[in-house]
Ligand binder design. Structure first.
Ligand SMILES: NC(=O)c1ccc[n+]([C@@H]2O[C@H](COP(=O)([O-])OP(=O)(O)OC[C@H]3O[C@@H](n4cnc5c(N)ncnc54)[C@H](O)[C@@H]3O)[C@@H](O)[C@H]2O)c1
Length: 381
């Protein structure tokens, strides 16, 4: 079994290290911050103790994982790794520097992967001499619990590296999908409408946060409403991803961030973790009640859902991923109750197209233009 190296032992790196170690690999974990490294080591021990207590794993397994996971302050310890996954800060120049450095340490067959959420794999790979060994392997948070992993070959990645990476991550019990190296990959691209259209509905004064959340949960069976979910993810993280996807798509209006969320981000109203976001999480704070108006709820749900379906169809149209992988990504990566393309079929392509076209006629904004494929699907119906 190959040795796995993880660079960065924050939220994602430590989770990915746990997944790899539980799959039986020897794992090396490096972070430039030794305090974070120590904390990650202590957290792994605590997590394993809990898993033993819950009888999910036995003590021997827990001990072997501890023995096999080495937290090291030196990247030189990665020289025997067969795969290195980088999960450090989301800054291109910092990642490029780390990739250039790690390439001088590992052997020539070692695969170098990035867990980036929003940067292009081609730009990270450009720091390496052997660009064909660089690939995106994008886990979701928390990595030990979320089943989906997006595998992102860049234009320079070799087929062999793609196949080996997919096979390996599948063997860890994860569900993999393959996506082109485009901003947001599948999940973070398609899901933008869930947040963006909901904020837009709020900004227009059509409904408040609680009512929009209620509508999406009641009529769409989404597990969390968009505002609850943004507060859970963090408005800092969510805003930054939106801004990054928008700018990388050359300011595509469909992905345009909202000033509402920007102000929440600027004010430090990140959500649950800061105690205040779209909702107030202070002790004793009263959660607002939704306005349970069925017509309003159905309008909100239909508008957001159709925007999501339009994006999923466009992702398929542009061959970013296969239909099957788009459906898997949204159901396993963000727990949508149903694949969006199946949902479109069920409610009828003509209905989806009419909703989007009506929005376009009303607002005369490019964000409401239907995908060419949506028009073709509606024509065929
Ligand atoms: N948090 C999420 O929900 C999530 C989900 C999927 C992907 N990602 C991506 O995973 C990566 C890591 O995110 P995170 O949430 O774990 O961040 P984090 O802030 O929790 O951890 C990042 C770690 O990287 C370390 N680090 C920074 N620069 C370094 C360097 N030059 N060398 C070594 N270590 C360095 C930091 O000390 C820190 O411990 C990012 O690229 C992010 O976009 C995050």
């Amino acid at each position: 079994m190959i040795q796995i190296g993880i660079i960065g032992s924050g939220a994602m790196g430590s989770g990915i290290a746990q997944v790899a170690a539980m799959a039986g690999h020897k794992v090396k974990v490096y972070d430039k911050n030794e305090a974070v490294l120590k904390k990650a080591e202590a957290n792994l021990k605590a997590t394993l103790a809990k898993l033993v207590e819950k009888q999910k794993i036995d003590e021997d397994k827990a001990n072997s994982i501890i023995v096999n996971t080495h937290y090291t302050p030196s990247l030189n310890d990665f020289k025997d790794c067969g795969l290195v996954i980088e999960a450090i800060v989301e800054i291109l120049e910092v990642k490029q520097k780390v990739f250039a450095e790690i390439e001088t340490i590992v052997n020539e067959n070692c695969i170098l992967a990035s867990n980036t959420s929003s940067l292009s794999i081609a730009s990270i790979a450009s720091a390496c001499k052997k660009q064909e060994r660089v690939i995106g392997i994008h886990f979701f948070n928390p990595a030990p619990l979320m089943p989906l992993v997006e595998i992102i070959p860049s234009i320079t990645t070799s087929d062999e590296v793609l196949n080996q990476s997919k096979k390996l991550i599948d063997s860890w019990g994860k569900t993999t999908v393959i996506t082109k190296d485009t901003p947001g990959f599948i999940v973070n691209r398609v899901a933008r409408s869930y947040y963006g259209e909901s904020i837009r509905i709020y900004e227009e004064g059509i409904a408040d946060f609680a009512t929009i959340d209620w509508a999406m949960k009641t009529f769409g069976r989404f597990k969390m409403g968009p505002f609850e979910l943004m507060d859970f993810i963090g408005n800092d993280v969510n805003y930054k991803v939106t801004e990054s996807v928008w700018t990388q798509f050359f300011y595509e209006p469909r992905f345009k961030p909202s000033l509402t969320q920007k102000r929440f981000y600027e004010a430090g109203w990140y959500g649950r973790k800061s105690g205040r976001g779209y909702y107030n999480y202070a002790e004793g704070a009263v959660m607002p009640s939704p306005k349970q108006d069925e017509n309003l709820g159905k309008y909100i749900f239909n508008r957001v859902l159709c925007m999501l379906i339009n994006e999923a169809v466009d992702t398929m149209y542009l061959n970013i991923a296969s239909r099957e992988d788009i459906e898997t990504a949204m159901t396993k990566g963000v727990n949508y109750p149903k694949g969006l393309i199946q949902w479109g079929e069920e409610i009828g392509w003509n209905n989806v197209l009419t909703t989007i076209q009506n929005l376009y006629v009303e607002y005369q904004e490019d964000r409401y233009r239907p995908s060419v494929m949506l028009k073709r699907l509606a024509d065929k119906q």
